[in-house]
Design a protein around this ligand. Sequence first.
Ligand code: NAD
Ligand code: WQD
Length: 344
Amino acid sequence: MKILITGGAGYIGTHTCVELLNAGHDILVLDNFSNSKPEALERVGEITGKFIEVCEADLQDRATLESIFYQNEIDAVIHFAGLKAVGESVEKPLKYYHNNVAGTVTLCEVMDKYNVRNLVFSSSATVYGENNLVPFTEDLPLSATNPYGRSKLIIEEILRDTAASNSNWSVALLRYFNPVGAHNSGLIGEDPSGVPNNLMPYISQVAVGKLPELQVFGDDYPTRDGTGVRDYIHVVDLALGHVRALEKIVTDRGIEAYNLGTGRGCSVLELVKSFEAACGKTIPFKIADRRAGDIAECYADVTKAERDLGWKATFGIDDMCMSTWKWQTLNPTGYEVTKKEITV
Ligand code: NAD
Ligand code: WQD
């Protein structure tokens, strides 16, 4: 199949490109590089030995999108393109609704026009809001606590209405839990700009000496050690989940949501311990106040994805930490340093 990958130069997108190419699919990446670098796709080419077709454009550049569908026999779209910084979304909600929501509407309009109605969408466990009990099942009531989360919720609703209007649509809403880790080659991984917001890249930058210490946001949650519990999932497992979802939507019509997680929770302190074992260093940390908007526990019930997609996460926390550390040490400044320089 030929798959259009929006946001394919990003963290999850690059890993998914690798697995799609490994599975024998053709890909075309559309990315505006607002949060990624072309170098990431060069490395996907290096890992797979395949040429990556790339179109540098914004999702809302309708003319370019149309020319892609006009010139190519696209079978399906995997739609990663979106902004994802929760804090920034609180400060600049319109930017998030414009980019994420309006961008998705433009994409779907063009897909509809060119009769391509197979779509895999990057949703998030954030749509479960703060009032549900773990483990989260796909049929729980949904809510949002910030504009980023609300953009995902709104897009899910838009896609449900769209699928209801025409039975030729086939949509998978993939609700990712906490993606972490990197490809085992050490060539691609998460490359946050500035100080990371998320736990794993933060720990990793403390370990490499770029940041002095970790702040643990709260140790008084009702969890086994008082710190927040999350369902960290290896990005390669996540990427493989997309390949399975793609194969599912081209055979079965309709719209379905799937949790992509491991089904297991890991606390902040447990992740720190596992990272210390992976890197052989002590991670200095101090306990700080709870971060606004955080919930105590978030982990998936993965029964539906296992049953309907035949997919199951296989990597554990130790693999996630070891691959993150390999990526961090081989690429201390992310994609800014070329591979040639780091191997010298
Ligand atoms: P990322 O920022 O690394 O990748 C997103 C890519 O989309 C980037 O390459 C960016 O340049 C591109 N992009 C953004 N807006 C665009 C636009 N208007 N036109 C074209 N390209 C655009 O993020 P990621 O971690 O790979 O996440 C991918 C998707 O998964 C996002 O939609 C994100 O919201 C969702 N998601 C991520 C996480 C996570 O923790 N990483 C969790 C749940 C859901
Ligand atoms: C994990 C745990 C923190 C940083 C976010 C988004 C969510 C989704 C995934 C996109 C929590 C604690 C963190 C730090 C800490 N993204 N922590 N010190 O908040 O579960 O999810 O990424 O859809 O929408 O909100 O991930 O990695 O930020 O936090 O103690 O410096 O680590 O309190 O318990 P989160 P995270």
